[in-house]
Design a protein around this ligand. Structure first.
Ligand SMILES: C[S@@+](CC[C@H](N)C(=O)[O-])C[C@H]1O[C@@H](n2cnc3c(N)ncnc32)[C@H](O)[C@@H]1O
Length: 372
């Protein structure tokens, strides 16, 4: 039943003295210790265990309006940056909750990857249009491939050598799971950079560390929250000192009703920005979800989209809207857009979509591991 969206970067983790170079690109050792692997497995098991909800269960969720708001934010990002015919890589695609959004953008090819086997299987049935009878049936107009593996450990440039480059890469509500170690954070960005074409776009949403750090500093103890969520830091942070020299591995436990219950990691956004630059990815914008909503609700087409999705009611009979507690959870997140340096190669024809299928069988799902 559970699963949802959360996270955030931090300005209160002081700025690094120089560019992040603890483990520079090129000679990075990407071996992981057992505890890192255990945490990645914990996250995978948590998401795998979450079954698909019926429409009735979904509408009854205490965070239904937050889910709709997050869908609106992702839809706006996709509408802003996706173009007809684009090849899309959806990192941590989950159960394929964004397939319809990509279809509306008339993309030409889709590759989805997630660590959770159960989610990839749900994504497969959703893509095929044969999800159970409670779900909306939909056939998609673009060919697709699905892969199961750890995007922050595996070298995706090798796995997807014949599919790349992608025009757009998306990582929604999931990049913070890479911030457990510097090696994983670098692997995430190295994968994105290697697979994105010059001039291509990387869009995403993740927790806003600034907000989370501010809230924990204001809290009496190491935990804070409201009726729909709580966040708790480990005792090792009892002094609430987060050293700028150690911007990775700042773990907290996140619980969101009907959504999430697993370890997450702070992503100090200024460090993320600097690290991304090392991988030729330049920041276009970053906005906290509240700012994002206020800005894009000035545009009539996105007001209409919000009305259709129903996060703030439908403007007529349906007066239901986000609770104050849900709105506070929205504040825990941000949206970002990065652009890969360089000029697009207009001469390169897109043959990659031949690799995708219009119907994906269980055997078509590729399983990849770091050892492969
Ligand atoms: C909150 S869900 C978001 C799913 C989807 N992007 C969406 O917006 O609906 C987070 C997803 O990240 C995935 N994930 C976490 N760690 C991952 C990793 N190391 N590699 C690939 N996927 C991962 C989880 O399995 C889960 O599906």
């Amino acid at each position: 039943m559970k699963r949802g969206y959360h996270e955030s970067p931090s300005s209160s983790v002081g700025p690094p003295k120089s560019r992040v170079r603890h483990n520079p690109k090129g000679d990075t050792n990407f071996l992981e210790d057992e505890s890192t692997k255990n945490f990645a497995r914990k996250v995978a098991d948590h998401y795998s265990a979450r079954t698909n909800q019926t429409l009735e269960e979904r509408e009854a969720s205490p965070i239904i309006h937050l889910k709709k708001l997050n869908n609106w934010i992702k839809s706006v990002l996709i509408q802003l940056y996706a173009h007809r015919g684009d090849a899309v890589l959806d990192i941590a695609c989950g159960k394929g909750g964004d397939l319809i959004k990509w279809d509306k953008a008339k993309i030409g090819y889709y590759v989805g990857i997630d660590i959770a086997e159960g989610s990839i299987e749900d994504c497969r049935t959703r893509y095929n249009g044969d999800a159970d009878h409670h779900q909306r049936r939909k056939k998609f107009a673009f060919p697709a491939r699905l892969i199961c593996g750890d995007c922050y450990e595996v070298r995706l440039d090798k796995v997807l050598a014949d599919d790349a480059p992608f025009d757009i890469i998306s990582c929604q509500f999931a990049l913070h799971y890479s911030w457990s170690t510097e090696a994983r954070a670098r692997r995430a960005l190295a994968n994105v950079s290697a697979l994105l074409r010059p001039g291509g776009t990387f869009i995403g949403t993740m927790p806003d560390a600034n907000v989370i750090m501010k809230k924990v500093r204001q809290a009496e103890g190491l935990a804070f929250g409201n009726s729909v969520y709580w966040i708790r830091f480990d005792e090792e942070f009892s002094e609430k000192k987060f050293r700028s020299s150690c911007p990775f591995g700042i773990k907290y436990k996140f619980h969101l009703e009907d959504a999430v219950d697993c370890p997450e990691w702070i992503v100090p956004f200024h460090v993320f920005k600097l690290l991304a630059e090392e991988y030729d990815l330049d920041l276009v914008f970053v906005k906290n979800s509240h700012e994002f909503v206020h800005e894009y609700l000035k545009k009539p087409e996105y007001v209409e989209l919000m009305r259709r999705l129903g996060a703030l009611g439908d403007g007529n009979q349906d007066q239901s809207t986000l609770s104050q507690d849900e709105w506070e959870v929205a504040y825990l997140y941000l949206a970002f857009v990065l652009k890969k340096r360089g000029q697009p190669d207009r001469t390169q024809s897109n043959v990659r979509r031949d690799k995708g299928q219009m119907n994906i069988s269980k055997e078509d799902i590729m399983y990849v591991s770091g050892e492969a």
